[in-house]
Design a protein around this ligand. Structure first.
Ligand code: GLN
Length: 492
């Protein structure tokens, strides 16, 4: 499938129709979704109707939107008034949103065609897309492996060639980690950059919506559409858009990148460490200065995140009770019985665990010991990044994940192993900073049926608040550098 830029340009120039592009995308989805399980729903008629509207508008002389005719997959925790918004949960299995999320509306207004909803871990809680009532999504690079999570359906849809762009949400890594596992570019904007209105809240002080794409330019194109102040989200920032696409090819003069000591953890897969080394070498060839930095509090980021995020989730998910929202249990004795049974039947085990954990850390006897302490750690995690930026770093470079995509079933029974997947990503959400993952190499591994496969590795760039365009320019320099491209092609 062509790039989003190329589709939008060709549709605007009437070289191709949005309808033909949409049919092509739906054709790949119909052929491959049974294998990948990337989509929870596919909107054949709705997508074709959207595409025909785009074509008719262009034919009538209306200006084409920046995403004219671009097929897009929307993570199924982002509200759309068409179809269902399930969050991959039994509780919301039949939920129809009465409105569109601001992000979805902006995409449609820009001419994009929403072809379906992408699979996820229930309520975006997870790192593997295995916690879903629709079953696990599979990694297109090796069907026996996870695509990452929680935006695993979004990542598999792009990596599987079904759509050029998918939208995910990132509370602790859920855009960047699947992007790394599937060989994509995934961008988590600064907290407040993109409206969260209509994103089913997991942890409201951490959640952000962002794009997954095959390259930086496509990601920048979509980021520019998504950003902006929204009167429905009081935390959205009233700032001019990043103009990430317009500035993408401008070099960053005298680039300084900080690499934290913590990036060299002995727990890393060897392929991750060599991908980081290759990336550093490529940056140096580009003239960048690499400085060692220290993010000492990042050792505590996972612990703090798994207090703050469940605490907020326990409050956010209180509304899913079979009364205000969600499926109601049948044959219950009284109100308490109805509430308890609806929630017990509706939520999967990981979600139940987090609600209990969150309720516990917020309870009066434990609030200070856990929640207040976690908030203090959160502040100091941010201070560590601020120190690096004050010392002159444009961005921080580090791995996205400690290893490549793992096998389906490998970590599902070991919560700590699963949570450690987030070691490089959660601190950035705690600090509210923008970050992206770009492909940085690959490793050979045993695949489905014993054959050898090549698994992508990602590296992460973390920027200063609202400096998405600079971050994307750095990523673009890397993407273009020949040495780096050779590293990608040749493996690590
Ligand atoms: N893996 C993390 C978690 O399970 C992050 C999820 C996310 O970013 N939505 O909470």
């Amino acid at each position: 499938m062509r790039s989003a830029r190329d589709i939008a340009r060709a549709v605007a120039a009437r070289e191709i129709t949005a309808e033909s592009v949409t049919r092509e995308s739906l054709g790949v989805i119909d052929r491959d979704n049974a294998r990948l399980n990337a989509f929870t729903q596919v909107f054949h008629d709705f997508a074709l109707a959207q595409a025909r509207r785009v074509d008719a508008d262009i034919a009538s002389g209306k200006p084409a939107g920046p995403l004219a005719g671009v097929p897009i997959a929307l993570k199924d925790n982002i509200c759309l008034s068409h179809g269902k918004t399930t969050c991959a949960s039994r509780l919301l299995e039949h939920y129809h949103s009465p409105f569109d999320a601001t992000a979805a509306r902006k995409l449609i207004d820009a001419g994009a065609v929403i072809v379906g909803k992408a699979n996820l871990d229930e309520y975006a809680m997870g790192s593997s897309t295995e916690h879903s009532i629709f079953g696990p999504t599979r990694n297109p690079h090796d069907l026996s492996r996870v695509p990452g999570g929680s935006s695993g359906g979004s990542a598999a849809a792009v990596a599987g060639g079904m759509v050029p762009i998918a939208i995910g949400s990132d509370t602790g890594g859920s855009i960047r980690q699947p992007a790394a596992f599937c060989g994509l570019v995934g961008v988590k904007p600064t907290y407040g950059r993109v409206s969260r209105f209509g994103l089913v809240a997991y942890a409201s002080s951490l959640d952000q919506i962002g794009p997954l794409a095959r390259d930086c330019a496509d990601a920048a194109l979509v980021l520019d559409v998504l950003c902006g102040k929204d009167e429905h989200d009081a935390t959205s920032a009233d700032l001019p858009g990043p103009n990430a696409l317009g500035t993408l090819d401008e070099p960053v003069p005298e680039l300084v990148l900080g690499v934290p000591t913590q990036a060299w953890s002995p727990a890393n897969h060897a392929g991750v460490t060599s991908a980081l080394k290759n990336t550093i070498a490529a940056c140096q060839k580009l003239g960048a200065k690499i400085v060692d930095i220290d993010l000492p509090l990042s050792d505590y980021a996972v612990a703090a995140y798994y207090i703050v995020a469940p605490a907020e989730a326990s409050s956010n998910l209180a509304r899913f009770d079979g009364v205000r929202y969600g499926r109601r249990a049948q044959g219950t004795k009284d109100l308490t019985d109805m509430l308890c049974k609806s929630r017990r039947e509706g939520f999967g085990p990981e979600v139940r665990k987090r609600i209990m954990l969150g309720t516990h850390v917020l309870s009066s006897g434990y609030y200070d010991a856990y929640y207040t302490t976690a908030l203090k750690v959160r502040r100091r995690v941010k201070d560590d990044f601020d120190t690096a930026f004050r010392a002159g770093c444009h961005a921080v470079l580090m791995p996205t994940t400690p290893g490549p995509a793992f096998m389906i079933g490998e970590k599902i029974g070991d919560a700590l192993a699963m949570y450690m997947e987030d070691v490089y990503t959660v601190g950035i959400n705690l600090a509210g900073l923008p970050a992206l993952s770009i492909p940085a190499g690959s490793v050979a591994a045993d695949g489905d049926g014993g054959g050898a496969v090549t698994l992508p590795i990602g590296v992460q760039l973390v920027g200063q608040p609202f400096e998405e365009s600079e971050l994307m320019r750095i990523a673009r320099m890397l993407e273009c550098s020949r040495e780096y491209a050779a590293g990608r092609a040749g493996g690590v």
